[in-house]
Design a protein around this ligand. Structure first.
Ligand SMILES: C[S@@+](CC[C@H](N)C(=O)[O-])C[C@H]1O[C@@H](n2cnc3c(N)ncnc32)[C@H](O)[C@@H]1O
Length: 221
């Protein structure tokens, strides 16, 4: 397994199931995860397995094949973490007591999904975060983020999650790291972080991106 330590973040090129099988129960305080919600390879410009166009190109032609996680994944995630936030929960058969976190990302009339839904294990209530992230439009007044991954989520979303659901000193885990946005947010806020990414190319571009952000942070400091 290849891995890099960048700031407080350990980023691993590994199948998350393999990594989680090595961990004791409740090893992480919070798992913030965004698993694939479709099976198959990612075609350029499209969500794999569907005819729906993405609003962002992939930097590579075709990705490794993705698999929607089954029951074993959710059982393992709940075993190794005290709390979980799981994006795309409307796509999975995962029924556990908990609330929801809704990220409003588009304006009315947008051709793309206006919101994404996550399961959160903390309370039964529904929390909402609004941050524009559709097509070329990103939140006004916000430093524009380069998009390197077809399902990349913005860094401020993960920062908001960490500020609102985690306490400094806690250990954070992302089983499906993609572009590294979760790792960047953890580094920005000083959280100890571990992330898995199965696709070697995404792993490499994510590492580069996390390194670039950590250099910028040091410059600002
Ligand atoms: C929905 S994307 C995550 C996007 C991420 N939230 C972001 O902001 O960029 C899912 C990612 O999980 C990776 N992946 C798929 N199966 C995996 C597995 N078994 N273990 C680790 N990573 C996996 C895919 O290569 C893909 O990059």
């Amino acid at each position: 397994m290849e891995q890099q330590r960048i700031g407080n973040a350990t980023i691993m090129n590994v199948d998350c199931m393999e990594f989680m099988s090595t961990l004791p129960d409740k090893h992480f305080d919070l798992a913030v995860c965004d698993p694939p919600y479709f099976d198959g390879p990612q075609k350029p410009g499209y969500y794999a397995g569907s005819k729906q166009k993405t609003d962002v190109g992939s930097y590579k032609d075709i990705s490794s094949s993705w698999t929607v996680p089954g029951k074993e994944y959710f059982e393992e995630l709940v075993r190794i973490s005290r709390n979980q936030i799981i994006w795309g929960i409307n796509y999975y058969e995962f029924l556990a007591p908990g609330g929801r976190l809704i990220w409003i990302k588009g304006e009315q009339g947008s051709p793309f999904s206006m919101a994404e839904i996550a399961y959160q294990s903390f309370y039964l209530r529904v929390d909402i975060f609004k941050h524009l992230w559709a097509g070329f439009w990103q939140e006004p007044g916000h430093h524009k983020e380069k998009r390197i991954h077809p399902t990349q989520k913005p860094v401020p979303l993960y920062e908001w999650i960490l500020v609102n659901y985690a306490k400094l000193g806690q250990k954070i885990f992302d089983s499906h790291m993609g572009s590294g946005s979760s790792a960047i947010a953890a580094n920005n806020l000083g959280f100890e972080f571990f992330g898995c990414e199965l696709d070697k190319d995404y792993y490499e571009v994510a590492c580069k991106r996390v390194i670039e952000y950590s250099r910028q942070e040091r410059l600002f400091a």
